[in-house]
Write a protein that binds this ligand. Structure first.
Ligand SMILES: Cc1ncc(COP(=O)(O)O)c(C=O)c1O
Length: 380
């Protein structure tokens, strides 16, 4: 059976060139980078080269890049250390954030450590800068934590404008850039954020490795205590081959970004066109069908109400199609997508998130549209 992988916002396949770069650090260069002997020094030097590569690509300094176990740890570190180390008393965020952010800020609010303000979002998941400014005027001793690109509905925030606002009021700005890293060019000298995040497995790198950019103007204490790794900022022996793979994956992404973007956008726009042509009463969630103003890797599709909507992903799966979804939560139920619920999506409609990578083709789209049509016809 043909297999189609349309779940690239969840994770992406490892690029073979990335794997080749990692391999020697699995087999040959196995020293502990903290060891001062030859075996250790080879590995230390490779880690520092990887850090320099990432810093160069993002136009920042290697001293501002700290390796982590991925996006979740980087988000946790930024948020929890801001509250702990800077004495910040307020957090501004939205109900649309990834759980790595949302659950962290909710925990801090529950423990009484911060006052939490959730911004209003419109039906497409957009926020208002005015509302942020009103809150900052009340108390600028605030952490603003807002994602760049939403992983479920593709809606994007203007992080440059938010960063400017944050700087103007002397607030702290953390942006979860997990979904946009390597898909958009980030210039960290230009972007006035305090914290920026990357996770390798979202751009054809290995799982379990990422980084946190910490702007040099405001440093934090370690979140994970232990050895002196990461210049005393993050204890624990480094995920050496993960770090090597992360740098290689980011390098490849930057070198080919325009081509990859063009390829992915052509698959996405073809999918939008085919869905509109073949699926009755289809609509799209967030800004995901707006090619100019959305994360180009994500398309969130909304299907007419049907008793069989609960089975949509299962039916796609048995036809070899991997996607993800989850409708808005029906009242009182805790299951479903917190993002679709927050933008007021109809819980009776089916929702599927298709997310693309440069390895997808229009033939994949044709296959998915054919199968989706069959599934919807049977259930009609
Ligand atoms: C927006 C966003 N933030 C954070 C994460 C967590 O990243 P990781 O899987 O590297 O912990 C994800 C992963 O799905 C994500 O999409």
């Amino acid at each position: 059976m043909k297999k189609v992988y349309f779940d690239n916002a969840a994770t992406t396949p490892l690029d073979e060139a990335v794997f080749e770069e990692m391999k020697p650090y699995m087999l040959e260069y196995y020293g502990n980078p903290s060891s001062i002997h030859w075996h250790g020094r080879q590995v230390r030097s490779a880690i520092e080269k990887a850090r320099k590569k990432i810093a160069d690509l993002l136009n920042t300094s290697p001293s501002e890049i700290f390796f982590t176990s991925g996006g979740t740890e980087a988000d946790n570190t930024a948020i929890r250390c801001t509250i702990e180390d800077y004495g910040v008393k307020n957090i501004i965020t939205t109900p649309l954030e990834h759980h790595a952010v949302l659950h962290t800020v909710e925990m801090l609010a529950k423990k009484g450590k911060v006052n939490l303000d959730l911004l209003d979002v419109d039906e497409k998941g957009r926020i208002s800068l005015d509302q942020i400014e009103q809150l900052l005027k009340k108390d600028p001793n605030t952490l603003i934590t807002l994602m760049h690109a939403n992983n479920e509905i593709g809606t994007m925030n203007d992080i440059h404008a938010i960063a400017e606002l944050s700087k103007e009021y002397g607030a702290v700005f953390h942006t979860d850039t997990v979904q946009s890293m390597a898909h958009f060019r980030h210039d960290l000298q230009e972007l006035k954020a305090n914290f920026v995040v990357g996770s390798a497995h979202k751009f054809h790198g290995p799982k379990g490795v990422g980084f946190l950019y910490v702007n040099h103007e405001k440093r934090i204490q370690p979140f994970i205590h232990g050895g002196a790794q990461e210049r005393n900022m993050r204890g624990g022996t480094e995920n050496v081959y993960g770090i090597i793979g992360l740098a290689k994956a980011l390098d490849l992404a930057y070198a080919n970004m325009d081509d990859h973007k063009k390829q992915i956008e052509s698959v996405k726009s073809y999918m939008i066109e085919q869905l509109k042509q073949h699926i009755e009463r289809v609509s799209f969630n967030g800004t995901s069908d707006d090619l100019e103003n959305s994360l180009y890797t994500v398309l969130s599709v909304s299907l007419p109400p049907s008793e069989d909507n609960d089975m949509l992903l299962f039916n796609l799966d048995i036809n070899g199609i991997s996607a993800s979804g989850g409708s808005a939560c029906s009242s009182g139920s805790n299951i479903g997508s917190h993002v679709l619920t927050a933008i007021g999506s109809d819980p009776q409609r089916g929702a599927i998130r298709f997310s693309f990578s440069r390895f997808n083709t229009k033939a994949d789209v044709d296959y998915v549209i054919g199968k989706l049509n069959e599934i919807l016809t049977v259930s009609a």
